[in-house]
Design a protein around this ligand. Structure first.
Ligand SMILES: *Cc1c(COP(=O)(O)O)cnc(C)c1O
Length: 382
């Protein structure tokens, strides 16, 4: 039997309805052409499909279609946002503010910029994993050009006060970028109301295909192109547009918009069921915020058990652990360490992430598996 999939924060399966749409954009009898081909009907049709998808993602985050720049995913969107602003605005200053628990796509990009003469401040998250607007405000300097704070943390699921942070940045005339890979399709997003300048989107976190994403670039904000060649996407990102991928992203966005409230209601119940069941285990504790969190992510630690043995004792569950493979060794999660967990407890942590195809029966089984495994390991340790 296949393990129960509880790793939706790592990636989601493509929604069948999305897969069906994508399949119509590949073959000779489908919508296969280059959307940049202006001289024939095939090209026009592909362009229409791509622009329809642009409308669907714009609709989900309430942006203008002209504010959407296609990328290969959130990693590229983060690179384009951060390097693009750094390059564009380096004459005004070279200071960047971010947090220490961003995704590697942000952290590694900032680390690269630090080798290019930029100065990066890494804010330490509060105990619940969030970063406050006040923390951002206190970190701003005269030479700050960019703040990059993620919308939802991928390990903890906690939601940052992006609207308040945007206010602080707006007042200081500093650009705000947010990596919203874990937020799009999960929480209601209105970029105008939020006041962000740049927002990264990743299709495979909301039931679209892997290898595609977008960067929202607010009108009037300029990011220097990072991938040169042909001047696609209004000169911000070159490369032939992948019609099937984009149609998939668009359809996935459309489905999320339609079902957002209902889906969150279901996931909130499932998460509560899981949390209640697991909290009954002696030594169990919750990581991250119990107030400001997405409905699909639950991160918990199990004190008194060996982390590596814990995951090995749970072959029935597809989950993520508080350990990251760093070449040969297992390193405790830098996110869990940043919110104050000791190495042992970080290793003995599990991120459960639920999604569209999770159900109550799976949760019930998961509680049983984890309870049994933890009890057994504690017995062995005693
Ligand atoms: C998944 C994820 C990314 C990377 O997105 P890709 O599209 O896979 O490149 C970046 N940031 C966060 C927070 C993520 O969860």
């Amino acid at each position: 039997m296949n393990p129960i999939y509880m790793d939706y924060a790592a990636t989601t399966p493509v929604d069948p309805q999305v897969a069906e749409k994508m399949a119509t954009c590949l073959t000779m009898d489908g919508n296969f052409a280059n959307p940049a081909s202006r001289s024939h009907r095939y090209g026009w049709m592909a362009e229409e499909a791509v622009e329809n998808a642009r409308g669907q993602i714009a609709d989900l985050i309430n942006s203008d279609v002209r504010e959407i720049v296609w990328t290969s995913g959130a990693t590229e969107a983060n690179n384009l946002a951060i390097k693009g602003i750094a390059e564009e605005r380096s004459a005004q200053g070279k200071h960047i503010v971010t947090s220490s628990i961003e995704h590697k796509a942000v952290l590694d990009t900032c680390a690269y910029l630090a080798t290019q003469g930029f100065d990066v401040t890494y804010l330490q998250p509060q105990a619940d994993g969030t970063t406050s607007a006040q923390q951002v405000k206190d970190a701003l300097r005269d030479d700050t050009i960019l703040v990059s704070i993620m919308f939802v943390n991928n390990e903890l699921g906690c939601i940052n006060p992006i609207k308040d942070i945007a206010k602080v940045c707006g007042d200081a005339k500093v650009i705000l970028h947010t990596d919203a890979a874990q937020a799009v399709g999960k929480v209601e997003i209105d970029v105008n109301e939020l006041g962000v300048d740049l927002l990264s989107v990743c299709a495979h976190k909301f039931y679209g295909p892997k290898g595609i994403g977008a960067l929202f670039v607010k009108r009037g904000v300029k990011v220097a192109e990072q991938i040169h060649g042909g001047g696609h996407e209004r000169g911000m990102r070159s490369g032939t547009l992948a019609t099937h991928q984009l149609v998939g992203l668009g359809e996935a966005a459309h489905i999320c918009k339609q079902n957002l409230i209902e889906e969150n209601k279901k996931l909130t119940q499932l998460r509560e069921q899981l949390k209640t069941g697991l909290m009954a285990i002696d030594g169990a504790s919750l990581n991250g915020s119990d107030q400001n969190h997405v409905s699909g992510i639950l991160n918990m630690s199990f004190a008194g058990v060996d982390g590596e043995s814990l995951l090995l004792s749970l072959p029935q569950l597809a989950v993520s652990s508080g350990s990251a493979c760093n070449s040969a060794t297992m390193a405790p999660s830098y996110v869990l360490k940043a919110i104050g967990l000791e190495d042992d407890l970080a290793h003995a942590s599990i991120r459960f992430s639920l999604g569209r195809f999770s159900d109550s029966e799976q949760i019930k089984q998961a509680i049983e598996y984890v309870s049994t495994a933890v009890e057994r390991l504690k017995g062995m340790a005693a």
